[in-house]
Design a protein around this ligand. Structure first.
Ligand code: IPE
Ligand code: IPE
Ligand code: MG
Length: 225
């Protein structure tokens, strides 16, 4: 049976969830944040899962209306403040990938502080992908290696990525679209893909559990026979 160590999720469908209910899109993001807590807690208590990487804001999401972008920034800042007790109680270490330099100094400080305070937690590493693009991360990694005068190969490349997370085992996308949208291009090379029509605010730990069951039964060949 396959071991599931790293789960990555494209949390899509917040806007549609709210619009379907006659609410503003931002209400969907608010509800989505609650689901992040439920899924993180589930993964922290799962015997195999070590890393949970969540796509929260892409390098392309700046194209959205200013009001929505500003709301998401505020939501993230409040979230980090509010969730610290959950991280500590559930033994979750907080990590990020993505180019944080585009965020406000205040938000950057909050992120750094949360990482520092949760550094010793061991049950799960929760990684938020913030201003993250798979292409952007690869280009920045190449530049870092170049500046350090290191010749890149498949074994040392990960050292230059934003965080050392290892390969993705399962990549899940909620919200019905069947695409990668520039997420984890390097680490998802042999990830098993799962697409569910469930909108992110309706996603539950039970559904994730069913997807993990399905993952267990899949045949991962990695190019061999
Ligand atoms: C995903 O939900 C959350 C972010 C991209 C921040 P969306 O906001 O993309 O929701 P839909 O896809 O428009 O329904
Ligand atoms: C992907 O969702 C990004 C996040 C979930 C943060 P999008 O809604 O931005 O992706 P597209 O535009 O449908 O590809
Ligand atoms: Mg979307």
């Amino acid at each position: 049976m396959n071991r599931v160590s790293h789960i990555a999720i494209i949390m899509d469908g917040n806007g549609r969830w709210a619009t379907q209910r006659g609410m503003q899109r931002i209400r969907g993001h608010e509800r989505g944040a609650e689901v992040v807590r439920e899924i993180t807690t589930y993964c922290a208590n799962h015997p195999e899962v070590e890393v949970l990487t969540l796509y929260a804001f892409s390098t392309e999401n700046w194209k959205r209306p200013k009001m929505e972008v500003e709301f998401l920034m505020k939501l993230l800042e409040n979230w980090l403040r509010k969730e610290l007790p959950t991280y500590q109680r559930e033994g979750v270490r907080f990590e990020t990938i993505g180019d944080l330099s585009k965020f406000s100094p205040r938000l950057q400080e909050r992120i750094a502080e949360t990482k520092e305070l949760t550094r010793g937690n061991r049950k799960l590493t929760q990684v938020l992908a913030l201003n993250y693009g798979g292409r952007d991360e690869i280009i920045r990694a190449c530049r870092k290696a170049c500046r350090a005068g290191v010749e890149l190969n498949e074994a040392n490349f990960e050292e230059f990525l934003d965080a050392d997370l290892g390969d993705v085992d399962m990549m899940v996308r909620t919200g019905g679209e069947q695409r990668i949208s520039n997420f984890l291009l390097w680490r998802a090379a042999y990830a098993e893909l799962f697409f569910t029509p469930t909108l992110w605010p309706d996603f539950t730990a039970q559904e994730l559990e069913r997807l993990i069951e399905e993952f267990k039964g899949r045949e991962r060949r990695f190019g061999a026979l």
